[in-house]
Design a protein around this ligand. Structure first.
Ligand SMILES: CC(C)(COP(=O)(O)OP(=O)(O)OC[C@H]1O[C@@H](n2cnc3c(N)ncnc32)[C@H](O)[C@@H]1OP(=O)(O)O)[C@@H](O)C(=O)NCCC(=O)NCCS
Length: 153
């Protein structure tokens, strides 16, 4: 059964909020700005992507429910976002003419997930504000081992 990857609706809010909460994360912003991976049985995860410039996108967050992990769901969702980011930003202004970048900040062990999906480490200075400094004042910074990452296409 193929999964659908599409913008979330109000009907996805409760499930996606629970999935975030189970990972000690919050659902930030409007539910309709998120993209979810789902099938007719339910919603398994989601992400939130912003277009910062014509050729620059930032993945704020991505999550898959605890008991659905390590089955490729996260990669399927992430690859959709990386290959056509303009299709998954509510406020997308235009499709980039040629090359584009997708940046993110990985938390802890998720770095290997991003590396597996083609993102490379980069300097935090390469991120646009406020993301370039988002970790500087975070009390969890030491335990989190966050890393700035970029996908170049
Ligand atoms: C990161 C996340 C979205 C990956 O989803 P997923 O459906 O498990 O992803 P995939 O099945 O496509 O890939 C899994 C791979 O990611 C890496 N990975 C993800 N989580 C990992 C963990 N806790 N420990 C070790 N490796 C991990 C591994 O390479 C793993 O491969 P494996 O299953 O063969 O060991 C999911 O683990 C998650 O929701 N984590 C909590 C939220 C989070 O950290 N989000 C990212 C930062 S905002």
């Amino acid at each position: 059964m193929p999964y659908q990857i599409e913008f979330a609706t109000a009907a996805d809010e409760e499930s996606l909020r629970s999935i975030f909460l189970a990972s000690d994360m919050a659902l930030v912003g409007d539910i309709e700005d998120h993209v979810v991976i789902k099938d007719e049985a339910g919603t398994y995860g989601g992400g939130l992507l912003y277009q910062l410039d014509v050729d620059l996108f930032h993945l704020l967050t991505i999550v898959v429910q605890n008991d659905g992990r390590s089955r490729g769901l996260g990669s399927q969702l992430l690859q959709a976002l990386l290959q056509k980011p303009w299709s998954y930003c509510r406020d997308s202004v235009v499709e980039p003419a040629q090359s584009y970048r997708v940046t993110t900040v990985s938390r802890g062990v998720s770095r290997s997930f991003y590396q597996k999906n083609g993102l490379l480490d980069c300097d935090f200075d390469e991120l646009t504000e406020p993301f370039a400094r988002q970790c500087q004042f975070c009390p969890d910074q030491a335990e989190c081992s966050s890393a700035a990452m970029v996908y170049q296409r």
